[in-house]
Structure formats: C-alpha cells, structure tokens
Design a protein around this ligand. Sequence first.
Ligand code: GLU
Length: 525
Amino acid sequence: MRQGLPADLIARILGGAPKYTIAELEEKFPPRNLKEGAFVTRFAPSPTGFMHLGGLYGALIDCKLARQTDGVFMLRIEDTDTKREVESAVDIIVSSMHRFGLGYNNDDAYGPYYQSQRRDIYHSVAAHLMATGRAYPCFLTATDMEKIRENQKAAGFATGIYGEFARDRDLTDDEIAARLDAGEKPSVRLYSEGNPERRIFCKDAVRGSIGFPENNEDVVLIKSNDGLPTYHFAHLCDDHFMRTTHVVRGEEWLPSFPLHTALFRMMEWMPPMYIHTSTIDKIDAETGKQRKLSKRKDPEANVEYFLRDGWPVQAVLEYLGNIAASGYEEAKAKGQVKSIWDYEMRPKKIPMSGALFDMKKLEWWSKEFIATLAVDDLVAYVVAWADEFGGDTEKMQVADTDYLRAVLAIERDNPKRIRKDFVTWRQTLETVAFFWDALYVVNGEFEYNKDILREFLNVYDPADDKDAWWAKMVAIAEKFGVKNGDVAMNLRVALSGRTNTPDLYSIISVMGADRVRGRIGGILK
Ligand code: GLU
C-alpha cells in the first residue's frame, strides 16, 4: 500500500467528488434475495456491431444456467470503448437475443446496464482505492509508455507498467497537485503489490483451481481520456454490485484471471465463480485443421448469417446447447427431454477447449427440428423468413399461402415418415420451387418416353384417388412393356424437372390439373 490520497485531491483527479462510499454502494445494491443455488449470470458484450456465434454460445450458457436455477440473467453493455458506434450495435445484440429466445431480466434495482452510465459507481470505487493507498493517479503519456516499452524490450524485461517502471506510483500529494495544476490528465492505476514469483490460485468451475504467477502490473483502472473504466475494473465493480454469481466468458480472459482474482481479494469481495468457455472452432476447409471461427473468413461466425439464411434458431440453439451440455443429444434421442431448456446443464461439464461447430452437424439438428413441425408452423416460419429476408422469388412463393401450405404438407401426415430434406427456410423454398410455374425448369437432359406421357394425359383424371391413379400407371406400364417405375419416372421428371421427389401422387394432386396438363403438354410439343 502507498499513502492514501486526501479527498480534495481525489476529487480533482476524478473530475468531481465521488458520489458514494463503498458502504452506500453495498446498501444500494444489496445481495439478491434468491433461493439457495440460484445463479446470477450476465451476458456482457462489447457493442461492436457484430454478434459472434461464440457470443451467442456464451449467452445461451448464461441464460440456461440462470433459468434452470430460478436465477437471474442480465444483459450488460460493455460500452467503455467510446471510439465505437454504440446504438445500432446494441440493437443487433438485443434483437439477436430476442430472436434466439434468450430473455434477460435487467432489473432496475441493479442497473444501469450500460457501463457508460455507471461512471459514478466506478469513480466511487476508484476514490476508495485511492483513499486507501491501493490506486494512484498516473500521468504517463502514450509517448512516455512507448519509451518505457522500448527500453524494457532492449533490456530483456517484461513490458508493462510495474515496479520501478511505474514512474508515478509514489508521487507525493504536492507532486500530484502540481501536475494537475499544469493541466495534465491522469489515468488511475492499481498500486499492485503482486509478485510474479509468488502464485495466486484462481477458481474456475471447469478447470478447478489454477495457479498463476501473481500480477505485478499497475494496470489502468480508469482511463485518462474519458474517465471510463477498463474492462478489468468495470468487471470488478459491476459483477460485485450486480451480485453476479457466475461469470461465463471466453478462454481469452484466462490471462487476466490472476489480476481479477487479486482485485476481488483486495476489495475483500467474494469473486464470482468463473466458467471460461472454449472458443468455437471449425475445421478449416483447406488445411483440414481445427481452428477458431474467424469473423473475417467465416460467414457463419456472424449470428446474422443464420437468420438471413433461414436456419431455425431453435436448431442453432439446440446444437450450441449440445456442445455445452454434451449429454443432451442422447437424452433427447431417448425421449427423456424435449428441448435444451429441459436438460440440466452442468457447469463442470462445459468443454474447456476444442468446441467444434460443424455446419453438417447443424444440418442434422435442423432437419430433425423441421421434421417435428406441424405444417402450419412450418408455413408460418417459412413465410416469416421470406417476408423478412427473401428476395422476389421467395416472396412470390409465399404469396399464396394456401398453395404453399399444400406444397409443404406433402409427406408430413405420417408421423413415422416425415420428410427430412428441409434444412433451412430458404432451402425449403428452393426444394419445392418446381411447384411454381415461374421456377419450374424443363429437364432437357432426360430422355422422355413420349408415348407414356401422351397415354398418361389420355387417361389422367384429377378426381382419381391414389389407388385409381396407380392402377392407371400400372396399365400404362403394361401397355408399353416398361416397368412401373419407368412410367413414374417419366411423369416425375416431366412435372418437376427432377429425378428425385417426394410422393408423386401428392405432387400431382397439389399441382392440379392445369399445371399437370400444361407441363406434360409442353414436353410433348
Ligand atoms: N466485454 C467482454 C467481452 O466481450 C466481456 C467478458 C465478460 O463476459 O466478462 O469479451
């Protein structure tokens, strides 16, 4: 500890007297009145204008852990980096949370939830630290720090502001006052008493207790340019006064773990339980190696991609949920649970590395999900997607909902044999595109047996039931000495342009007589 600073100097450093004492803050944000074992979690994104799939993964874990324990899940906007555009970026986060059904509960009593609006809290804690000799104003400029860095490098020392390199850590009150008089703007730094030769043990729910060298850096707590806190300091103040019990965050925060643990100890506050999650990886198509999803290279790193492309949000969540709680898929297959929300997620089992997101696997989750939908729900999802994200083609396809419904109802009536070829809303419309005349393309490669097609037109009666229709198909096959399947194939290709379709009789019924006659007639011309 250094000597504490007097209140008037602290007020000058912070640009105003602190609003609260620590005791007042403790009273303002009392421990929450929740049942034993309830988790208080928060998703704390920086508003970058981009919701990363890894962010969604973390938010799902936060939300799930809170929900399953009747706890509280908050959304906190970490907007202390004022260089970035905030409002629209927050909209992207809020709307993604909403769409994925990750409801949060930002109770006013523990807010505000924008860090930029919590300055009074940070300044009050910083003032307390300066008054008790655990923090100090530092007047180093960017140029000063660059010089220090270069010297450290040249001499083979670790870089950073620590020990003898922390020029201002022991300035006297007069020296501080003089610099303030000269108009210099300080940051507030931690007066670190850590020694890297000692170890500090930090507790992670998955990894257990991890030993690290103690932090000896006088890290910045409050920045000089805008008086806002650094992540480290904001995390300390916010997660304490929001009464967060569990911090779910990416493994990239592990190196800061000893610092954070030391900050909580210094305040004599109980640190939250940490769950450092794995990055979300993929197998690189070129190298075949597993690597982190890249914002730059991989469109699927952006949550927006799944919405635009029409992936069921439930499938994305189920799949991410299964990565975090790996027994889920099995429990679901056994019929023990219906959705990820019913399955208990165990913090200890959340993978600490190598979480792989494989689009093929997502396809499977998606097909399974769509196969569970009643036709009206399927129609509603497809229409909603097309209205929002579809182009002219998809909008045209959903314009006549009765026709769309009939098309999508094919092979959905037998619960044991629901078709599983629909993967996304977009791809669903593509798969059934041939039902619309404007999208139907004559298959020019197929060698039609025109006798068969002509004969079909002769005997075709739209009023035929399936048996009557099939009897006619068999009769045609006999007449021309071909297999039943050949007759069906000729019809199938003529009507759909494809060699592979769901049930042919259903297609004929849904298309209706005009289309059937028109398409076959077109080929016979
Ligand atoms: N704003 C930090 C991030 O986006 C939050 C980390 C945390 O959850 O504590 O990585």
